[in-house]
Design a protein around this ligand. Structure first.
Ligand code: ZN
Ligand code: ZN
Length: 400
């Protein structure tokens, strides 16, 4: 009998051309948050052709669920495709490769099940839109989309390989300062300067930074700063992100930032309207709880599939993602993998790198490793237990 490694490898390599084509189509047709109609249609068609039962527009217009089931019972392995792009610079976050990896891992795991007909189990490939700020997975989590799966796996392309890149909890905010317009030369004393409020807020945030924990982040921009120098600005707007290692800490930092904004309004005599993406909770994107047993197993498999570049960077905080919210409802991970050239995401150079042959090769290697981890969860009860135990402990530690 063939080894799992060989079956998975063959299933993915046999489809290498069509996977690359699938990814390339999405790459050539970048779509923003919640507008990913082309990617949704392209992926669902691909998965349907490859034997998955597809539910289009799953809870969200550009989300989907594709299922392959064998027998009754057994574990259900969730795999994630992302496919939204960035304004102006296209697939600079390489989500076309995340689409490819979710689909490829699905094919690998399906092949394993078909080669072992006595093993019951389910493979569920999720299409999750709007990662770039739109919180597609947050909406899906709130709608109970991941309740049927036992684990949920995805991987993200980047400049380097990292097993458990830290994803910070985050909440985005905006502020509108309203003052009163006046002629800046004839009667400046009659005005209430909303730009002073915004500048004050920006400067005070910079001062606040010295008092913050090293892993806490706050970054702001002034999005409207007035219209003409000879008019005292009556309206200015700001956008800012608050990020910390946990939701709870975001709650604390959010209060400090709100106080800074309000103080800036008060000191300049302006009114302020301040809003957060998630008013009802501390963070909108939660921090990522990387499941240790799952990621350790992933590492072993990934190395066994022979990645072109096997060097691993130490884990550190790199960004925020809505996979964090998924990791609070099921055991999950999101390792980063190198696309073959040392370029960072959200740059035009990365957009170019995200459709090179070496990026697709790296993606297939990662996909095989995810399929192999899924197979272990399907067939090894002790491992599954350890994964779930570790998950429970991690979630509990966040609630202390
Ligand atoms: Zn991104
Ligand atoms: Zn991304």
């Amino acid at each position: 009998m063939s080894r799992p490694v060989d079956i998975i490898s063959k299933a993915v390599e046999d489809k290498a051309d069509s996977l690359q084509e699938l990814s390339g189509k999405i790459w050539s047709h970048p779509e923003l948050c919640y507008e990913e109609k082309f990617a949704h249609d392209t992926l669902t068609e691909f998965l349907e052709k490859n034997g998955f039962e597809v539910e289009r527009k799953y809870k969200v217009d550009t989300a989907f669920k594709a299922v392959f089931r064998q027998g009754s019972g057994g574990a259900n392995i969730g795999l994630i495709c992302e496919y939204d792009a960035l304004p102006d610079i296209g697939h600079a976050c390489g989500h076309n490769l995340i689409a490819e990896s979710g689909a490829a891992a699905g094919l690998g795991l399906k092949a394993m099940l078909q080669a072992n007909t006595s093993v019951p189990g389910t493979v569920t490939v999720f299409g999750t839109p709007a990662e770039e700020g739109g919180g597609g997975k947050v909406v899906l989590v709130d709608a109970g989309a991941f309740e049927e799966v036992d684990i949920c796996l995805m991987a993200h392309p980047g400049a380097m390989n990292m097993l458990a890149p830290g994803m910070l909890s985050t909440n985005h905010g905006s502020a509108v300062f309203t003052g009163r317009a006046a002629h800046a030369a004839a009667a400046p004393w009659a005005g209430v300067n909303a730009l002073d409020a915004a500048v004050n807020a920006y400067t005070s945030l910079s001062m606040l930074r010295q008092q913050l924990h090293p892993d806490w982040r706050v970054h702001a921009i002034i999005t409207e700063g007035g219209t003409k120098p000879n008019i005292i600005p009556e309206r200015t707007t700001m956008k800012f992100y608050v990020r910390c290692p946990t939701d709870k800490e975001v709650g604390v930092l959010k209060e400090k930032v709100t106080a800074v904004m309000k103080a800036a309004a008060l000191s300049t005599g302006c009114d302020i309207e301040i809003k957060y993406q998630a008013e009802d909770r501390a963070a909108y994107y939660s921090n990522l709880l990387t499941n240790r047993p799952l990621i350790e197993r992933y590492c072993t498999h990934w190395l066994s599939f022979g990645p072109a570049n096997p060097a691993l960077e130490d884990d550190r905080f790199v960004a925020s993602s809505d996979i964090g919210n998924v990791s609070y409802v099921v055991p999950a991970f999101q390792p980063a993998f190198s696309v073959g050239s040392y370029v960072h995401v959200h740059t035009r150079q990365f957009t170019g790198a995200a459709n090179k042959p070496e990026a697709h090769t790296a993606t297939r290697c990662v996909s095989k490793a995810m399929a192999a981890v899924g197979w272990d969860v399907l067939t090894d009860g002790d491992f599954r237990k350890r994964v779930k135990e570790s998950f429970k402990q991690q979630v509990a530690s966040m609630c202390v």
